[in-house]
Design a protein around this ligand. Structure first.
Ligand SMILES: Nc1ncnc2c1ncn2[C@@H]1O[C@H](COP(=O)(O)OP(=O)(O)O)[C@@H](O)[C@H]1O
Ligand SMILES: [Mg+2]
Length: 224
């Protein structure tokens, strides 16, 4: 079984979608589209009557709903709120939640089909050091796999290379990067699949990601 990603073209590239009960990492710089792609993934599950939860460590629920209102295809998010779709805002700093406590919260959740965490590297600020962050990350991934399929959003610099110093890429089952590529001097949003366990795919070929007031989609344009 595969889990559809919310992006048709990405499903095609990944032989139907993400592997089931796996943890995917979606990394990229600010404004590359992580939050909106995360919402597409969550909405796709909600439409299929799956239980879905979008956990936000940054923006408030209201801010996220507002972001969805700027894209027509995401307006439907509101329809599922309070039904099979929840947006949980966990303001770590204000509520004094450590990374360990965050994992306990996740582990206490009932079965959920799809989870998004926006963004996971924020948890680094709430663990003692880099080493304990990695250990906790492994623990978090274990808990997530017991719940369902997850997409972890990870904020990086708007730099061409994937930040491989991040532990997240090593621990996750799949790694997708969003990046602005300079094409004929015009920056173009693009998506690159770096890693996808249990899947046959074309690694490292960038595809154009379009965001407009209608939709978010991957085009057939392969950037070479
Ligand atoms: N209706 C729209 N038309 C065109 N671009 C949009 C629209 N809505 C949002 N965007 C673009 O999407 C970007 C935000 O994407 P977002 O998912 O929040 O990025 P990230 O989470 O990676 O920081 C904005 O910077 C904006 O440029
Ligand atoms: Mg975001």
């Amino acid at each position: 079984m595969r889990v559809s990603t919310g992006l048709k073209k990405l499903d095609k590239m990944l032989s139907g979608g993400f592997p089931e009960n796996a943890v995917m990492l979606l990394s990229g710089g600010p404004g590359t589209g992580k939050t909106l792609v995360g919402m597409k993934f969550i909405l796709d599950g909600a439409k299929k009557k799956e239980k879905c939860c979008y956990i936000t460590l940054n923006e408030s629920k209201e801010e996220l709903i507002k972001a969805c209102e700027s894209v027509e295809s995401l307006l439907e998010v509101k329809k599922y709120l309070g039904e099979n779709l929840a947006i949980e805002h966990i303001p770590m700093a204000q509520s004094n939640v450590s990374m360990k406590r965050f994992i306990d919260i996740i582990a206490s959740y009932p079965k959920i089909d799809r989870i998004v965490i926006d963004n996971v590297n924020k948890l680094l600020m709430f663990s003692e050091n880099n080493k304990s962050y990695r250990a906790y990350l492994v623990e978090l991934l274990d808990s997530l796999k017991k719940l369902g399929s997850s997409l972890l959003l990870c904020e990086t610099d708007n730099d061409e290379k994937l930040d491989s110093s991040g532990h997240e890429s090593f621990e996750c089952d799949g790694v997708i990067q969003l990046i602005f590529l300079e094409l004929e001097e015009k920056p173009m949003r693009s998506l690159i699949v770096h890693k996808m366990r249990y899947t046959n795919f074309d690694a490292k070929l960038p595809h154009e990601l379009v965001i407009n007031n209608k939709d978010i989609r991957l085009t057939e344009t392969r950037i070479i």
